[in-house]
Design a binder for this molecule. Structure first.
Ligand code: GAR
Length: 218
């Protein structure tokens, strides 16, 4: 990577399949930046091994060692700052972040959520979509703000729900879409094509709807 390309810090708690997608996008040149560090709050996260195998620096900030969310977030923020990232990518990072942390990285902090936000914030998104009789599930990349899963959407991709779908089958069909959506959306932020406005994401300066721009991979 050249010095001019963007720097990413990627935070995860588990499997790391989205990390894998970022690494593929980095190597293909689709991502105009590089993952400089992978940080996990869980020492046993499988995603750490993916990073190590790719030669990427890994760090663990184990949340169980801190007495409060504030104390954990303080150490996490200091660790992130060491790497001077332009964008911080939450990829299956399953911790609620404090307002202080989120404000410190305002406009640089993005997340992927497995639903068509603003629908189904929180957990068990696919099951809740099925229970509600939805015909579509999907995933959304959004800026992170202090309210859980309520930050302004950047891009979202719908995935059809089929007869007989379970939460597991739907999750496994949505995941490959996540892998294409997330590096693409991160690149828009890295390159300044999308930014965080007062209350919404801005696409080349134009206000986006709450869930972000609808995106279907070509
Ligand atoms: C992904 O499906 C992501 O959308 C979800 O966790 C999974 C992580 O998978 N994130 C959330 O639910 C955040 N609320 P991965 O570790 O294989 O990338």
């Amino acid at each position: 990577m050249t010095k001019e390309s963007g720097r990413l810090a990627l935070l995860l708690s588990g499997r790391g399949s989205n990390l894998g997608a970022f690494l593929r996008a980095q190597h293909s040149g689709e991502l105009e930046g590089s993952v400089e560090v992978v940080i996990s709050n869980r020492p046993e996260a499988a995603g750490l091994k993916i990073a190590q195998d790719a030669g990427i620096t890994t760090e663990v900030v184990d949340h169980t060692l801190y007495a409060s969310r504030e104390a954990f977030d303080q150490v996490l923020a200091q660790k992130i700052d060491e790497f001077k990232p332009d964008v911080i990518v939450l990829a299956g990072f399953m911790r609620i972040l404090t307002a202080g942390f989120v404000d410190r990285f305002r406009g640089k902090l993005i997340n992927i959520h497995p639903s068509l936000l603003p629908k189904y914030r929180g957990l068990n998104t696919h099951q809740r979509a099925l229970d509600a009789g939805e015909r579509e599930g999907g995933a959304t990349v959004h800026f992170v703000t202090a309210d859980l899963d309520e930050g302004p959407g950047i891009l979202q991709t719908p995935v059809s729900i089929e007869d007989g779908d379970t939460a597991a089958t739907l999750a496994s069909r949505v995941l490959p879409f996540e892998h294409r959506l997330y590096p693409y959306a991160a690149n828009l932020v890295l390159t300044g094509q999308v930014s965080l406005g007062e209350r919404s994401a801005l696409w080349h300066g134009e206000t986006l709807p709450p869930g972000g721009k609808l995106w279907r991979p070509s």
